[in-house]
Design a protein around this ligand. Structure first.
Ligand code: PDD
Length: 284
């Protein structure tokens, strides 16, 4: 497996960073996850734009132009064997003497890219859907930043695993739904697709955008608005989206069936549209 670290491609076993790296010490950095289908990076421009937003938000200068990022990414894809990959991009504020304040003068950032095989959900999971739990959203108020400091998300996801489930749906202030521990969430009620607006309380998902575009283009009724917690528990269907999971139905929530307890018509339609869209983009 070939990775990229600070200007060089190398086997993963040779990639080393300092123990003083601020990513290691403080979780001071941001990341991206980009799916690659048949060696084509999906929605690359949008992922690079979100990366810029994350870097700007933590006041870390973007180490590369979009052209440079694209060159690095294309080379990383070429140097790894799977046709379908998911790329992990990780940028930290670099290695410096431990002090919460930014290093002054700044030190070079650490730039790390990794390619993993992309295994989209198997047919069995598409047919059964997944189970989820709900939990209070106890994260900070800048969930729009794709920060590497993911301890709350790690604990929230593990809560689901410990309950024999795959994902945790988060409820903020006991009142409204934000997202999943590592995914965005859509609610379906009476044939209408509902999802929260992008704000500081959720990650602006790239897959979320694709789903909303597909809904608009195909005349699927949809609303982007605050989703009350009770609407999640009373949903006809629940859908999860992310770059690695694409679109999945959540068929069991807190041990109770969601709607009919199996993937519904909205899931089937959107999953089909998503697969068609992927194929079209890759052909183009
Ligand atoms: N996570 N919300 C959170 C908290 C996430 O971590 C993710 C994705 C999403 C979905 O965003 P996108 O559609 O752009 O993948 C929403 C990635 C896959 C991860 O951390 O591995």
């Amino acid at each position: 497996m070939t990775v990229y670290l600070n200007g060089q491609f190398m086997p993963i076993t040779e990639a080393k960073v300092s123990v003083l790296d601020r990513g290691f010490i403080f979780g001071d950095g941001v990341y991206e996850v980009i799916p690659v289908y048949s060696r084509h990076a999906f929605r690359l421009g949008e992922h690079l734009q979100r990366l810029r937003h994350s870097l700007d938000s933590i006041k870390l200068a973007n180490p590369h132009s979009d052209t440079e990022w694209t060159d690095i990414i294309l080379e990383l894809i070429a140097r790894n064997t799977p046709e379908d990959q998911y790329l992990y991009l990780h940028i930290t504020r670099g290695a410096a003497k431990r002090d919460h304040a930014f290093p002054n003068p700044p030190v070079p950032p650490t730039v790390f890219l990794l390619s993993n095989p992309l295994n989209t959900p198997p047919a069995s999971l598409l047919h059964s859907g997944i189970s989820a739990i709900s939990a209070p959203d106890n994260r900070w108020l800048r969930c729009d930043i794709k920060a590497i400091s993911l301890l709350p998300n790690v604990l929230l996801r593990q809560m689901a695993i410990d309950a024999g489930c795959a994902e945790t749906i988060m409820i903020r202030d006991n009142a409204f739904m934000t997202e999943g521990a590592a995914s965005n969430i859509f609610v379906v009620k009476n044939g209408i697709l509902l999802t929260p607006p992008k704000d500081h309380l959720m990650l602006p998902g790239i897959t979320y955008d694709v789903i909303l575009e597909l809904a608009a283009a195909n005349g699927i009724p949809h609303q982007v608005r605050k989703i009350a917690a009770h609407e999640v528990f009373d949903a006809d269907e629940l859908l999860l989206t992310s770059s690695t999971k694409e679109v999945l139905a959540i068929t069991l929530l807190d041990g109770k069936p969601v709607g009919a307890g199996r993937p519904g018509p909205m899931f089937t339609q959107l999953h089909g549209l998503y697969q068609d869209f992927k194929r079209e983009v890759m052909r183009a």
